[in-house]
Write a protein that binds this ligand. Sequence first.
Ligand code: SF4
Ligand code: SF4
Length: 508
Amino acid sequence: MFCYQCEQTKCNKYCQDIGVCGKTETTAQIQDKIVSALIDLANGAERNEKHTQLIVNGLFMTITNVNFDDISLQKYLDIIKNAYYTENSFDIKTLWNENDDTRSLKSIILFGIKGMAAFAYHARRFNHKSEVVDSFFYEALQAISKNMSLNELGALVLKTGEVNLKALELLDRANTATYGHPVPTMVTTDIEAGPFIVISGHDLMDMSLLLEQTKDKGINIYTHGEMLPCHAYPELKKYKHLKGNFGTAWQNQQKEFENIPAPILFTTNCMMPVLDSYADRTFTTSAVSFPRVKHIGNDKDFTHIINRAIELGGYKTFQHRTGLNGGCVLAVGYGHNTVISLADKIVDLLNNGKIKHIFIVGGCDGAKSGRNYYTEFVRKIPQNSLILTYACGKYRFNDIFTEKIEDIPHIMDMGQCNDTYSAIKIVRELAKRLDCSIANLPVSFVISWYEQKSVSILLTLLYLGIQNIRLGPGMPAFVSPNIMRMLINKFKIKPISTPDEDLKAILG
Ligand code: SF4
Ligand code: SF4
């Protein structure tokens, strides 16, 4: 087994024998075969909707913390092979043995399109598709098996970022066209007495189907981790039994799910290996899967999970819970529509010096202790700066109460990694109103990364010409020293240092 696709890879080199994420050698091998088979398909098969969907699903299934179930992975591999088979199959191990820089650039492209596949997968559930996005999956997969110069691969890396922007836009349109634009909403962390279901992942359609199927059944629904933004969508928040948010980010699942009297539904990643103590009340659907855990198929019949919620009964009494910093209300709903509606005011405050700087502190959470940097960083940002955040990393500070700057909240949560389009749309709008380039805005990106969606997002930010991104908690193991030097020279990417040093460097 060789895997180095995520931030927690062993010793920041690569995982062998077993993944730090819990992925076994057998799982890794089947996932490698899936990627190899998809490359064969892209190289040899006709480009059509059936094959594109196979590529999108297959890439998504190989992202970190999505699918740990060898049986479902093997079934999927067989489906791809039935759709297209060749004697001269490409072996992804060829890539791991290429020279450092070629391997590095091809890995960035591969991990970038895995992330993009996740966004495309969710958009496709609403039948939102794009010819540009779809055809790029073929082009990028073909490139991995081809001999290409470093220059050609470098251009393809940026093209991955460019096309990923389209995938993000597509997903934004799919979600907002279906459920409305997110509106500012206060979400409680308290849990009421009685039966409840905890739902995690990013799939808003699964969320809406669960809400509909549990309506009037005396069961409350609580989001966990990635599902938090759904509270802000008008067509989801209208359900009165969508009550609040349970727990924090994905890496805390084992601790947070261990003793709760309720079932848990995973609609997508990130999924920690499921412990025996809660496996019998855990359910998966769509691309996520785990051995011994009941998987709900495409009929999306949630009867089992509803019955389990009634059987378990929930808490007997009201439970007061808090976030990591002791706060018990989380403000969500600051997507592009909301923030752009405040843009006149934000521009005035920037012009009159009441807002000095805007920090976009976004990206993943994870288990490494170095991630405390982001909590400290946000705590140390002066009150005269705005903080826009997105994705799992916000759980480190989204329960901290802060004063507003006039009517503008000091911290605004734009949503999940799936909502990164908001961050891009907002900075583009500010640049337009301030008549400058994005690079010249008083805006700094301070990003945390973990899995492949964050790789694709980083490529999009680079494609947009955003410089001086501070990245942490570590640098990706799949970027060779030469390619890292190139990124530093061209885009001025910087590894995070300490909150004090970075703030001083940014604010001067
Ligand atoms: S996904 Fe990450 S933790 Fe899991 S095996 Fe690969 S590199 Fe290791
Ligand atoms: S924010 Fe990062 S860790 Fe969380 S789901 Fe998105 S990519 Fe995964």
